[in-house]
Design a protein around this ligand. Sequence first.
Ligand code: AMP
Ligand code: MG
Length: 397
Amino acid sequence: MISHEEAQRYVLDQVRPLSRIEVDLEFALGSVAAIEVVAKEAVPPFANSAMDGYAVRSTDTSDAPVDLAVIGTLTAGHATDQVIGAGQALRIMTGAPLPAGADAVVLLERTQSTDSTVTVQIVVSPGTSVRTTGEDVRPGDLIVASGTILTPSHLALLASVGVDRVTTFRKPRVGVLSTGDELVNNGALGPGKIRNANGPALRGLVRELGFESVDLGVVTDDEDELTEAIERAVATCDAVVTTGGVSVGDADNVRVALEHLGAARWMQVALKPAKPLAFAVVRDVPVFGLPGNPASAIVSFELFVRPALLRLAGRNDTNRLEVLATAVEGLPRARDGKTHFLWVAARQDDYGSWTVQLVGNQRTRQHAASANAFVLLAEGEGITPGSSVRATLVTYR
Ligand code: AMP
Ligand code: MG
């Protein structure tokens, strides 16, 4: 048996980011920038008012309160040729360009106005309530570094300097193939048949990462059929995930099929659940052979497939957030030479401290559904109530 860390490393070492692709900003969310973006424009592009108020010459306010003549009004999106002279003011709204002559804005709440006069009650200095040209971004500024995961804020930044396309790493299109003579997708269950639970689960896990999933359906345990199905899959997908048929049973032919197709490695991981794992790179496409047991398949995806898919998408850091938590109840375990993967409910109290508690019965399939974190419990006797343990958050529920 090998450790899960070694299996993770083995897989990650063989996975490289996909090709670069230029996409519209509209489709860039969640992608990783493949090249740096340097601003060619300034933000804001012109000096403008940061407040609703009056544009003034700051020197006019030194003996405030003072009455100034209002020579016009300007709202955002418009410009004026008017020049603010001594003793004059222009009513101005947030975002409107600062008129010539003015060097400050007095906020509306600090003024009183009649028809054509405004009483300014405060002294302002040059630049008060004015946003200067290039205050946020100057031409030449690096706004997105290569390797950045593009968030809505990055999209705002790019849009603000007129960039509407961005070069990213392609996101993987991930095929999911369920294998087993016993599987049916829908309709009546014949003798010995069960429903395909892993297909929807794994496709959901792929989509949760923001990637496209492809339903490759169900294929029987037949060696030739498996080989052909995987061959077809790698022709159209950037990664392929299969479930079932990777143990040591008579019908476990996925590992055999993978061996026909490429440099496959079959691993026995010191992990419970999810001990067997097959991995191969077939015509440059990583193929993951996960166990069929639904609880194992999800764990195997979390530890081995997820980091690899993120790497394909150009992510450098594929780790999830870990917190140090107190185990409310003990997490006892038997020595069996394996690391135990336990689904837990992690909660944070008002002071920021985390606790974890086992959810459900770890042997049933429902447990993962109500968990928001997991604990990898090292070989040993487990831990006693009140001990500290590292928990990995998988959602923020
Ligand atoms: P295997 O890894 O093929 O030995 O399968 C292990 C167990 O998981 C068996 O009881 C299978 O019937 C079950 N199983 C395999 N694939 C699926 C699937 N897609 N959905 C639900 N159960 C499955
Ligand atoms: Mg099977």
